[in-house]
Design a protein around this ligand. Structure first.
Ligand SMILES: [Fe+2]
Length: 299
């Protein structure tokens, strides 16, 4: 009996302010590579080929080059150990296999120590277009390549350290910091010489959002502003109403330089912004038409 005959080690569903969320065992697991089925490899291949084709000219040059440099290919699900070697040589990061989404503090602790948790299982064929929680494709195809970039790799570690700290400060600080992750690591855009490009993992692992974020009139595209982002709610069930655009990975890294503690204190006295708001002072690349936006449901 191979590992794939079992379900991921899910402990229970936990009730939170975001509804019921799955909670997984937090231990590190060896990738059960020999147990992946032909169907698993085929899901990887289909997703990889479709997204790579779509992402040429849409994803940042850094992202595409990093995938190639790591030796990520559509042929079969990559072995974490192979990816790990390339990553170690480039930036000293390590991949660790996990059962799924981790509790915040465990996740932050991994990042703070330059370990990136990757879900070992891949979605089913009927989930190719949408899955509500991160799987191997999202984590490995979406998140891991930019860890090859030294500046982005440092940003991820700084984020993890900031997370450990925010966790000690309180729930509101964590909300602020989570918005930063959401609007950069998951749904960020970057301005290249030849136009806006995607670097966020939530976008590059989604066919629909890869097109929507750059080509639709509906969403706002606004220049990166740390405190502005920390005040802005977001969407978990639909495409984003707003994407924030960085000029460079150095801009991200620089933004994490100051101590966030006084920022959290200031934000605690201010209302949050709706996901679709455009504010005075925003550097607007595109003002969204708002077409198709739900009127509620920002989190
Ligand atoms: Fe993610």
């Amino acid at each position: 009996m191979g590992r794939m005959d079992n379900k991921p080690a899910r402990l229970e569903n936990l009730h939170t302010d975001k509804g019921k969320v799955p909670v997984y065992a937090t231990g590190i697991v060896a990738q059960p590579w020999d147990d992946y089925t032909a169907t698993d490899h085929d899901v990887w291949r289909r997703l990889y080929e479709r997204q790579r084709t779509l992402l040429i000219g849409r994803a940042s040059d850094e992202f595409l080059a990093a995938q190639d440099a790591m030796g990520m290919t559509p042929d079969r699900i990559p072995k974490f150990s192979d990816m790990d070697q390339a990553l170690h040589d480039a930036t000293g990061w390590t991949l660790v296999g996990v059962e799924g989404l981790l509790p915040e503090l465990d996740f932050f602790d991994h990042l703070a120590n330059r370990r990136f948790p990757v879900t070992w299982w891949i979605r089913r064929p009927d989930q190719v277009d949408y899955i509500e929680e991160p799987d191997l494709f999202h984590d490995l195809f979406g998140h891991v390549p930019l860890l090859m970039n030294p500046v982005f790799a440092d940003y991820m570690q700084a984020y993890g350290r900031g997370g450990v700290k925010a966790h000690g400060i309180g729930a509101d600080a964590l909300v602020n910091l989570t918005r930063l992750y959401w609007y950069t690591v998951e749904f960020g855009l970057i301005r290249q010489k030849d136009g806006l490009r995607i670097y966020g993992s939530g976008i590059v692992s989604s066919k629909g959002e890869s097109i929507h974020c750059l080509e639709s009139d509906a969403p706002n595209r606004i220049g990166f502003d740390l405190e502005r982002i920390m005040r802005t709610r977001y969407r978990i069930d639909t495409f984003q109403k707003t994407y924030f655009v960085i000029d460079s990975f150095a801009q991200l890294m620089d933004a994490t330089g100051p101590d966030f503690t006084p920022i959290y204190a200031r934000l605690a006295t201010q209302d949050s912004h709706p996901a679709g708001a455009v504010l005075d002072g925003d550097r607007v690349f595109h003002r969204g038409s708002g077409e198709g936006w739900a009127s509620d449901g920002d989190v």
